[in-house]
Design a protein around this ligand. Structure first.
Ligand SMILES: NC(=O)C1=CN([C@@H]2O[C@H](COP(=O)(O)OP(=O)(O)OC[C@H]3O[C@@H](n4cnc5c(N)ncnc54)[C@H](O)[C@@H]3O)[C@@H](O)[C@H]2O)C=CC1
Ligand SMILES: O=C(O)[C@@H]1CCC=N1
Length: 275
């Protein structure tokens, strides 16, 4: 049994699926479910996997999990326990149920699944599509070390895997789960700033995109140190120094910390609202 079932294949699950296929997973071993037929056709065309829409086959999810070694739940937090309950009768006892959802606790997942079902709570991010994701894993109460190792090795194909206690997932999510959006936000702000300085907006957007991407590639080099890389651009009494001083005066580090705290607090709020 080596099949992988992606249930709810939107932004996040497609990024993982695409990353796995690019890393050599056999598409015939992958099934993906979605709500709409057009989306299923899009996924099948793009990745060569079997994709089934719930609108065409109401049993798409229970059928997809039969004989799956790993099931990856990729729907929004509010729908995930209903989805877990709907597949529960079709799960083999050894099938590992993985959640990528923010804010949904292991206890909430386990309560919706058969007693003893192996569960792994993860927090991935979308660069997984390029094999450059960061994925945290936290084992459920019935998950064996071998089952956890299997999930880790699956995610190692799409990026860096870290094992953390569940108590740290909201904090990690506020940095690496949401983090790609912060980097894109920086690129958007840089593009707008260039246009305000008189650059053609399209040129400015290109400069911002390529610069953030190039800096990201440097950060991905072994042994990279963000502060050292920044210092190498910052000539004493030069232009960058003025920009960084203005960022510091404007409280940018504190603002980023405030944003991360808000993301983590929102996760806790969603967990509480799910009961
Ligand atoms: N987007 C991101 O960067 C990240 C998202 N996540 C988590 O991933 C999960 C999904 O988020 P996104 O991918 O952004 O949302 P999304 O809305 O793009 O994807 C969810 C998909 O599930 C489908 N779906 C809903 N119910 C279904 C059902 N019963 N059967 C089959 N398909 C169903 C929806 O049609 C949609 O395509 C969330 O729980 C989120 O917390 C975690 C880390 C990062
Ligand atoms: O915004 C969200 O809720 C999800 C979780 C982390 C990234 N996206």
């Amino acid at each position: 049994m080596s099949r992988i079932a992606f249930l709810g294949t939107g932004s996040m699950n497609e990024a993982i699926l695409g990353g796995l296929i690019a890393a050599g997973t056999d598409p015939s071993q992958v099934v993906a479910t979605v709500r709409r037929a057009e989306r299923a056709a899009e996924l099948a065309g793009r990745h060569g996997v079997v994709a089934v829409a719930e609108s065409e086959n109401p049993a798409a999810n229970p059928e997809a999990v039969r004989d799956a070694a790993v099931v990856i739940l990729g729907v929004k937090p509010v729908g995930i326990t209903d989805l877990a309950r709907s597949i529960a009768p079709s799960l083999a006892p050894e099938t590992v149920v993985v959640s990528v959802a923010a804010a949904v606790s292991i206890a909430q997942l386990e309560a919706a699944l058969p007693a003893g079902q192996p569960v792994v709570r993860t927090m991935p991010n979308t660069p997984a599509r390029l094999g450059k994701g960061v994925v945290s894993v936290s084992a459920g109460t019935s998950t064996t070390p071998e089952q956890l190792a299997r999930v880790k090795s699956l995610f190692e194909a799409v990026g860096t895997v870290v094992e953390i206690p569940e108590s740290q997932v909201d904090a990690l999510s506020a940095i690496s789960g949401s983090g790609p959006a912060y980097a894109f936000y920086l690129a958007e702000a840089m593009a707008a700033a260039g246009a305000e300085l008189g650059l053609d907006p399209e040129l400015s957007a290109l400069l911002a995109r390529e610069t953030v991407a190039g800096a990201g590639a440097m950060l991905a080099e072994p042994g990279a140190d963000a502060a050292a890389l920044r210092r190498a651009v910052t000539s004493p009494n030069g232009t960058t120094e003025r920009a960084i001083a203005a960022f510091d005066d404007g409280g940018i580090p504190a603002i980023i910390a405030t944003g991360a705290r808000a993301a983590a607090a929102r996760a806790a709020e969603i967990t509480a609202s799910l009961g």
